[in-house]
Design a protein around this ligand. Structure first.
Ligand code: DSN
Length: 416
């Protein structure tokens, strides 16, 4: 598969090859990861990586941009169609850089921003003190309700009325329920603040019409393209037409230099795939698999934060099993199952230990798993956590996991 690398750089080749094998043989349950199509990989590996194209289609600072203009226009038009958006900027290198540009399109450093606390499912770029967002802006954090573990919109409005933020950042990286975007917009209108929604996690489900879309409500919507959306690693900004100039200026020259044209090409491929019927069928199965996994884990005695899921992910509270998120992550890794430790709301443990794990179904669904395989997956998770100190058992689970994965091959031939 990677002939030139294998011959010219065997040391690097070995790491890439080992990663191919890991992705083929392990159960990938990290909620923010997925397997792209070969077409996306081809675009990523194309000669477009060689081209500088600062600016936008038709208005570049370099010659020779006629082909990349076609590529970027395709990506923009497809993104707009996929999400029903008035404007799309496909240049952000990542979700976080999309968020930097989104904030600075609407507000200035020192202004007040309200976002969901990271420990309650938010994201670093929603105001964590160590992130640019927490350093540039005056942050007010909201938490989920302690009893329901849901966003409490009455509390949200009270906090907005008290703090009067200039902007609300709504969205999460670990919240399994639906956001009521229309309600948040109404609150923002009453208290005269901007609304950005970050749908990095939900984007694929939103595109398929299986999760509420914030596009009709938010001033700006940001997302990544590599999670449920199943495209290349990267960011995307959608906005109302009235913010087009501000968003474009803030992305370039505001926050970025040359766009990554090979990644933009891969985004265009992913948006086209997102418009297909096959993609809708896939997203339905992502959702069905997540619901099945949550129900199975509940049957096995695990508490799911907020009682279940309306999307591709769930947060599992491990306290009843007397195990921390860190211990579970390590044991599951040894059993060939990849998850990440995650804080649960009001977690008594530190962020590097945690009381929970976050699990998602996008990648295993791309593999072809349906509910029957998900029941097996839940069993292996439980077995690995129960036998976390038994290396022999963990090895035997790993073999069963590899056998299950072998029935649903990923990237056949890549290992050669
Ligand atoms: N790191 C991503 C996630 O895992 O959710 C968010 O950026």
């Amino acid at each position: 598969m990677y002939n030139e690398l294998q011959i010219n750089d065997p040391e690097l080749y070995k790491a890439v090859h080992d990663e191919v094998l890991r992705q083929q043989h392990n159960l990938e349950l990290i909620a923010s990861e997925n397997y792209t199509s070969k077409a996306v990989l081809e675009a990523l590996g194309s000669v477009l990586t060689n081209k500088y194209a600062e600016g936008y289609p038709g208005k570049r600072y370099y010659g020779g941009c006629e082909n990349v203009d076609v590529v970027e226009n395709l990506a923009i038009e497809r993104a707009k169609k996929l999400f029903g958006a008035e404007h799309a900027n496909v240049q952000p290198h990542s979700g976080t850089t999309a968020n930097i540009s989104a904030y600075l399109s609407l507000i200035k450093p020192g202004d007040k921003v309200m976002g969901l606390n990271l420990d309650h499912g938010g994201h670093l770029s929603h105001g964590h003190p160590l992130n640019f967002s927490g350093k540039y802006f005056h942050i007010v954090h909201m938490n989920v309700n302690k009893d329901t573990e849901l966003i409490d919109y009455d509390e949200m409005e009270k906090l907005i009325a008290k703090e009067r933020p200039n902007l609300v950042m709504a969205g999460a990286s670990n919240y399994s329920r639906q956001w009521d975007w229309a309600r948040i917009k109404k609150i923002c209108d009453v208290w005269k603040c901007f609304l950005i929604t970050d749908i990095a996690h939900y984007a694929g489900l939103v595109a398929a019409g299986l999760y509420p879309s914030p596009v009709p409500y938010a001033d700006i919507v940001t997302t990544t393209t590599h999670k449920t959306l199943r495209g290349p690693r990267g960011g995307l900004i959608l906005s109302k037409a009235c913010y087009k100039a501000a968003v474009n200026r803030t992305v370039f020259p505001g926050n970025q230099g040359g766009p990554l044209m090979h990644v933009i090409a891969a985004k265009a491929v992913c948006f086209r795939e997102g418009l297909s019927d096959e993609f809708k069928t896939y997203q339905k199965q992502v959702l069905a698999n997540a619901r099945k996994l949550a129900a199975e884990l509940q049957t096995l005695g695990y508490r799911i934060v907020s009682g279940g899921t309306d999307c591709h992910l769930m947060c599992v509270d491990l306290r009843a099993k007397n195990v921390t998120g860190k211990e579970a992550e390590v044991a599951l890794d040894k059993a060939g199952i990849t998850v990440n430790k995650n804080t649960i709301p009001y977690d008594p443990q530190k962020p590097m230990i945690t009381s929970g794990i976050r699990i998602g179904t996008p990648a295993v669904t791309t593999r072809g798993f349906k509910e029957a395989e998900i029941v097996e997956v839940a069993g292996y998770i439980d077995e690995a956590i129960k036998h976390r100190e038994d290396e022999v058992m963990l090895k035997s689970i790993k073999e069963k996991v590899a056998a299950l994965c072998a029935k649903f091959p990923m990237y056949p031939g890549f290992e050669k």
